[in-house]
Design a protein around this ligand. Structure first.
Ligand code: ATP
Ligand code: MG
Length: 452
């Protein structure tokens, strides 16, 4: 069996940067990762920090997590740690659990050999399973990007570079190891990883790594939706959502993750759907910069909102009540979306609450305001409403009314309620009036109404 992973250039010596010539010190590495490295080392195994940890430290950034690579087999790693768990079938590894942190330990991957076929499983050029073990050198060549294939060796604190990652790091260049098209076919998620690292690091994608991104997006259809869900979270909820979104759309990859949303955006490039989504992503990036919590519920509610809003408007125009229309549309849109990106129900159910509450916020029925305020999703729905207002999708004055009401004491609220009653009970009557006048209108525009 062969793979398209690059042949190992046996003549090539690695570039080894000694401790005195790089900026990675043990004090910058998580104590737990250091513990894991030393335990492996003392047991006689090779042990290196690899991947994002090394890359980010060399760039002077704070790593998101620390990955360890070793020549110890998964069972051998597990035997060294009380708190270790073997995980993965496609790609077996060990998770060493600490309080609040997991250190991922992977055994060096190698070139598949005759007679060992069971360990590598491929289909149409795609890797379904890779548990062929090898040396550090072989492992380096099987990694995705050169900047992700740098090793920090705990034995002598040197940095080891087989693939040219140090030069690329310095140049701010993202380059796939080996033949890019073949490597994307082996694992299409690498296309999303290319976008994610370009967005996160602000790196330029090297031309031959970039070119296939425009044409191979369809390969994402064969990736398990649960894996795409995890990847979407990393694209949008780690502080560079706006940049990720722009690159995904630039390469035509977004269409393979959220086809219904892409259809709408493609039709209305300048309109507010794009503004709204961009605002939500900007807001999310900003919250992360301020160390505020973010939730996938809000993110996915925003990513799918425009298709939901449109479908609900159509249903409403056909005579369904506004809330029912939103419920039906929400369900239909989620059903389609999860065939691509597996949004779990614990996310999609509250997400649909946010959508339905948009109608309640719009209508402001005086007798229901208190209940609405007490709804567990009120806060999220209100934030969502504010961003819609900022994007020009709903009346800014209405958003301000809610801000005032929400912040007000009981006396203020009662006064606001009374005023609503006096002026005709919120949106409901206005809506009815509007509907009546629409009937009298000789030439309806045919446009679905804007507000949900
Ligand atoms: P970060 O953790 O900051 O998101 P990372 O580079 O550490 O980035 P991980 O997903 O943690 O990314 O993976 C760790 C390392 O494993 C990568 O740096 C890369 O060397 C290797 N790797 C991960 N996924 C793949 C893949 N699909 N194909 C090849 N190598 C991969
Ligand atoms: Mg990592």
């Amino acid at each position: 069996m062969t793979t398209d992973a690059p042949a190992i250039d046996n003549g090539r010596e690695p570039r080894i940067v000694p401790r005195a010539e790089h900026n990675i010190s043990r004090s910058l590495i998580s104590q737990n990762a250091v513990k894991v490295l030393y335990r492996l080392h003392k047991a006689g195994y090779r042990a290196c920090l690899v991947g994002g940890g090394v890359r980010d430290l060399l760039l002077g950034r704070e790593p998101k997590d620390f990955d360890v690579a070793t020549d110890a087999r998964p069972e051998e790693v597990r035997a060294l740690f009380r708190n270790a768990r073997l995980i993965g079938r496609r790609f077996r590894l060990v998770h060493v659990h600490f309080h609040g942190e997991i250190i991922e330990v992977a055994t060096f991957r190698g070139r598949p050999q005759a007679g060992r076929e069971g360990e590598l499983e491929m289909e149409n050029g795609m890797i379904l399973r890779d548990n062929v073990y090898g040396t550090l050198e072989e492992d380096a060549w099987r990694r995705d990007f050169t900047v992700n294939a740098l090793y920090y060796d705990i034995a002598d604190f040197s940095v080891i570079d087989y693939t040219g990652g140090l030069d690329d790091l310095e140049a701010g260049r993202l380059r796939l190891i080996g033949d890019p098209e073949a490597r994307y076919r082996e694992d299409p998620v690498r296309m999303l990883r290319a976008v994610r690292f370009a967005a996160k690091l602000g790196f330029r994608i090297e031309p031959s790594t970039e070119a296939p991104l425009f044409t191979l997006g369809h390969l994402l259809e064969s990736v398990p939706p649960a894996r795409l869900y995890e990847e979407v979270l990393k694209l949008f909820l780690t502080g560079h959502g706006v940049a990720s979104f722009e690159l995904l759309r630039h390469y035509g990859l977004f269409a393979h993750l959220f086809p219904a949303t892409e259809e709408v955006l493609a039709h209305e490039e300048q309109g507010f759907p794009l503004t709204f989504l961009t605002q939500v992503l900007e807001n999310t990036d900003q919250r992360l910069r301020e160390d505020k919590p973010v939730t996938p519920i809000f993110l996915f509610a925003a990513l799918l909102w425009e298709p939901v809003r449109r479908l609900a408007a159509e249903r409403e125009a056909a005579g369904t009540s506004p809330v029912q229309a939103l419920m039906d549309a929400g369900q239909a849109v989620v059903e389609r979306a999860v065939r691509h990106v597996a949004i779990p129900r614990r996310i999609s159910l509250p997400m649909r609450d946010i959508w339905i509450l948009q109608d309640r916020l719009m209508r402001r029925q005086p007798s229901r305001l208190n209940r609405l305020l007490a709804h567990p999703r009120f806060r999220a729905a209100y934030d969502f409403f504010l961003i819609r207002a900022r994007a020009g999708e709903v009346d800014e004055a209405l958003a301000q009314w809610w801000t005032h009401f929400e912040a007000g004491d009981e006396e203020t609220r009662e006064a606001m309620r009374a005023e609503l009653r006096a002026t005709g009970g919120g949106e409901r009557r206005r809506r009815r009036r509007r509907r009546r006048s629409r009937k009298h209108n000789e030439s309806p525009t045919g446009e679905p109404p804007r507000s949900a």
